[in-house]
Design a binder for this molecule. Structure first.
Ligand code: 26Y
Length: 815
């Protein structure tokens, strides 16, 4: 184990810390207090490595990537930090020797939910891989005081409560007052002659907000690299502006204070759905301006020639949310450093790269010109100029084609299209799975692919095996290391060595015992938290992800209703008992998504309490799905539900986490499911439904859900159950869902083809039932899934970004 701290020293430190922090003995301290004390003990170890890493970066003047993201869904720091420091076992032993339950201590840490879902969690996995691969990197984002809301279920309905993750302090964050920067909003722009016939553009009468960074350590596994997650918090420049105050203008005097105090309060919880809120644009510019200013300042410590900037700095834009970085870098170069426009533009494009995470139309960011120009007057001018020059290029290339010009312009219809700005201002545009990138190239961004084919590339997502196997599933991690060594921790393709063990009876038995133990542990947790009894010998079938119509939780629950109806008609029906587990947050304003949550809970109530079905089906909706809950659920899964309408899920990453933990996928040929299918082969996955091409064709074709309703009795009965009072007394409660599927409420009927795919989904589910009965076969399939999951390590993804987009080299930090 680690030589960083011996056990006796550690014990002493924890005791001491409890005393100094809380004036208590260890015996009297709560789990929360012991947690804080333990963090302070290991912080010293981290700090030494952290300082060394940054000194080296600075001295060697290496190229650094800045991963710019509105969201970092990090999950808890404690356990993961110990894992990466290789101190986990040691600390666990120390605590247990002190008579403290290690798990209680881990659970005392709040789970920082500074992200919505896939995009935010991907950013967190990427940071873990960057440090483990010894790549110089910063994550840059916002220190929201409230993360994604805490979800409670009351009477079956989602209720949102604020997530005050900072309530008990923030032992992982270090406030860096010395790096605070000023960010300017509003006012007007004045052109001041430079004297050489050129003008300098100066923002006046603006409102200021001070950005204060908090740094969080991102520890590499088994090395000395500690990178930084830098999250910015807003603070007022002057508590009260005395000039206005003395004039008696109290409101104006307090304005900046108010502006600053709300800026970084709360994460926007509307995942993949734009609201066009002014505060969100403020948040975006706030953290981007602060980051860009700091980066350029740091660059200037070593350099005077800005043409060297792309050799030292890469910006990766995590979706369009940080796209103002393109214009802000132009502003800092042109206005503040006198770099000529053309040079600045060349530099900016070399620095910036853009990742697209979704093709859902309602997630494509557009800002009204009025709002944008009022809030960011100088940035707006710069975007206009970028657009003007770009449109000239388009004309030069395509001639006068007004339709094409209007289609491709960055500014059109009174709006600024952030995706187009990102594409034009970057040297790289990537999708997050092979299918997704193809759809971008040939459908959504076809015009741009034609214009800049060289920019487009694919980077299939990945996940970090350190959190999602080593930390989340100790049992399986241990068995694997014992069998093939622990090389997989940093080189996941090593898992292929497990393939021959699929044929080894002893290995299979142990593998299945571990799965069973994880299921028993989850059953216990569900009993404790929800009071529901579930059978650990049933199939644990899990769908956890944000609630979205395109992800089709509704297909899953309709199928459960279908099964229930069959059991009611035929109580003796032969099926392997199943426990269907859901976890999902719905955006607060997404009415239909919330109704689907209510439906799942209503179905759970009826099904779980109906003795006539003899416990063959159980339905559990787990409240407040989040990273720490995912770490409990995923290791216990037999079946992973990845059932989005083909073409809609850009990649998915939950699918990879389940596979790594030995669950079998029931899924559509969508996102990264396609690549999982390619890895495991058709016999080790349950694929159903239309392909993306078929969906596309159906969309343009005439689709009549009534036809399916009439032809398929199971579908008809399931739909009827929605409105006949089976699941509520008020028979109109779920009518909206019924109508949306059959008639379309305002929109298209069954927009996501739930009914079209129903029969094949039900068929795939019976295939699962059949496969599970043969436990030997099932074990083999599950082992193949684990063995073939190597491709889906975020280490592989990050290596590709580093080589193909950033040209970033590892730097080894000595002990
Ligand atoms: C503009 C704003 C409303 C907005 C907020 C959040 C737009 C999009 C998002 C989040 C998008 C997101 O999480 N996309 C997911 O990214 C994952 C990582 O690449 C993919 O695996 C997943 O398929 C995709 O839905």
């Amino acid at each position: 184990m680690s030589q960083l701290l011996d056990k006796e020293t550690l014990k002493k430190m924890i005791r001491e810390n409890v005393k100094t922090l809380y004036r208590k003995t260890l015996e009297a301290a709560s789990a929360e207090e012991v947690y804080q004390a333990a963090v302070f003990a290991i912080r010293d170890v981290i700090t030494d490595k952290w300082m060394k890493t940054h000194d080296e970066y600075y001295e060697k003047d290496v190229k650094v990537v800045y991963y710019l993201s509105m969201e970092f869904l990090m999950g808890r720091f404690f356990g993961n930090s110990l894992i990466n420091l290789e101190m986990y076992d040691e600390v666990k032993e120390v605590l247990e020797e002190l008579g403290i339950d290690y798990n209680m201590v881990e659970d005392a840490e709040p789970d920082p939910g500074l992200g919505n879902g896939g995009l935010g969690r991907l950013a967190a996995c990427f940071l873990d891989s960057l440090s483990t691969l010894q790549l110089p990197a910063y994550g840059c984002g916002i220190r929201y005081h409230y993360g994604i809301f805490e979800q409670k279920i009351e009477n079956g309905y989602q209720v949102e409560a604020p997530d005050n993750w900072l309530e008990n302090g923030d032992p992982w964050g270090i406030k860096r007052n010395e790096y605070a920067v000023e960010v300017k909003f509003g006012g007007n722009v004045r052109a001041v002659p430079k004297g050489n016939g050129e003008y300098r553009f100066v923002q006046e009468n603006y409102q200021s907000v001070i950005a204060v960074p908090y740094d969080y350590p991102v520890i590499g596994y088994g090395n000395n690299t500690v990178n930084t997650l830098r999250l910015w918090e807003a603070r007022a420049k002057n508590k009260l502006d005395l000039k206005f105050f003395n004039e008696g203008n109290y409101q104006k005097a307090a304005e900046e204070e108010l502006l600053a105090s709300t800026m970084t309060d709360v994460l926007y919880p509307a995942d993949e759905h734009i609201q066009g809120k002014e505060l969100r644009l403020r948040q975006q510019y706030f953290f981007i301006s602060a980051t860009v200013q700091r980066v350029v300042e740091r660059f200037k410590k070593h350099h005077t020639n800005f043409h060297e900037l792309p050799d030292k700095v890469a910006f990766q834009l995590n979706d369009t949310h940080p796209t103002v970085a393109v214009a802000e870098l132009m502003r800092v170069l042109v206005d503040e450093n006198d770099v000529p426009w053309d040079d600045a533009w060349e530099i900016t494009r070399k620095v910036c790269a853009y990742t697209n995470h979704t093709i859902m139309a309602e997630a494509l960011e557009k800002w009204p010109m009025e709002l944008f120009s009022r809030l960011l007057p100088r940035i707006y001018q710069i975007v206009e100029e970028i657009n003007r020059r770009y449109c000239l290029e388009l004309q030069a290339k395509y001639g006068m084609d007004p339709e094409k010009l209007r289609r491709m312009a960055i500014i059109a219809d009174g709006q600024i299209r952030m995706a187009y700005l990102a594409i034009v201002g970057s040297h790289s545009v990537n999708g997050v799975a092979a299918l997704h990138t193809e759809i971008l190239k040939h459908q959504e961004l076809k015009d741009f692919y034609e214009l800049y084919p060289e920019k487009f590339n694919n980077k299939t997502n990945g996940i970090t095996q350190r959190r999602w196997l080593l930390h989340a599933n100790h049992g399986l991690a241990g068995l694997i290391s014992e069998t093939i060594g622990d090389g997989w921790i940093t080189e996941l393709t090593e898992l292929e060595k497990l393939l021959p063990y699929a044929e080894d009876e002893n290995f299979r038995r142990r593998f299945m015992e571990i799965k069973k133990a994880n299921k028993v542990a989850l059953a216990k947790y569900i009993k404790e938290t929800k009071g529901i009894d579930i059978n650990p010998d049933s199939i644990f079938d899990i769908q956890v992800k944000r609630l979205h119509e395109y992800k089709r939780q509704l297909l899953n629950v309709l199928h459960i209703i279908g099964l229930y109806n069959q059991l009611k008609m035929n109580p003796g029906m032969d099926m392997v008992p199943r426990t269907f587990i859901f976890g999902a947050k719905a955006a607060a304003g997404y009415r239909r998504a919330k109704l689907i949550i209510k439906l799942i809970n209503a179905v759970a109530d009826v099904v779980n309490n109906d003795p006539t079905i003899e416990g063959k089906i159980k339905v559990v909706f787990m409240e407040n799905y989040r990273v720490s809950l995912a770490e409990r659920l995923i290791p216990a899964a037999d079946v992973s539900e990845q059932i989005s309408t083909a073409g809609k899920e850009a990649s998915g990453t939950g699918n990879m986490k389940f596979m790594l933990n030995g669950a079998l996928t029931v899924g559509t040929m969508d996102g990264a499911n396609v690549e999982i299918y390619e890895e495991v082969g058709k016999d080790n996955i349950f694929i159903f439904g239309m392909s993306a091409e078929e969906v596309q064709a159906k969309y343009h074709d005439h689709y009549d859900p009534w036809f399916i309703y009439n032809m398929n009795q199971e579908v008809r009965m399931a739909l009827t159950s929605l409105i006949d009072g089976t699941f509520d007394q008020n028979t109109d409660l779920f009518r909206e869902l019924y109508d949306a599927l059959l008639n379309g409420c305002g929109g298209r009927a069954d927009e996501y083809f739930v009914l079209e795919d129903y029969a094949d989904y039900a068929r795939a589910q019976w295939d699962i039932d059949k496969a599970y009965r043969d436990q030997t076969k099932w074990a083999k399939m599950a082992i193949v899934n684990v063995a073939k999951s190597g491709k889906f390590s975020s280490d592989r993804t990050i290596r590709q970004y580093a080589e193909e987009i950033w040209d970033l080299k590892p730097l080894h930090i000595e002990d």
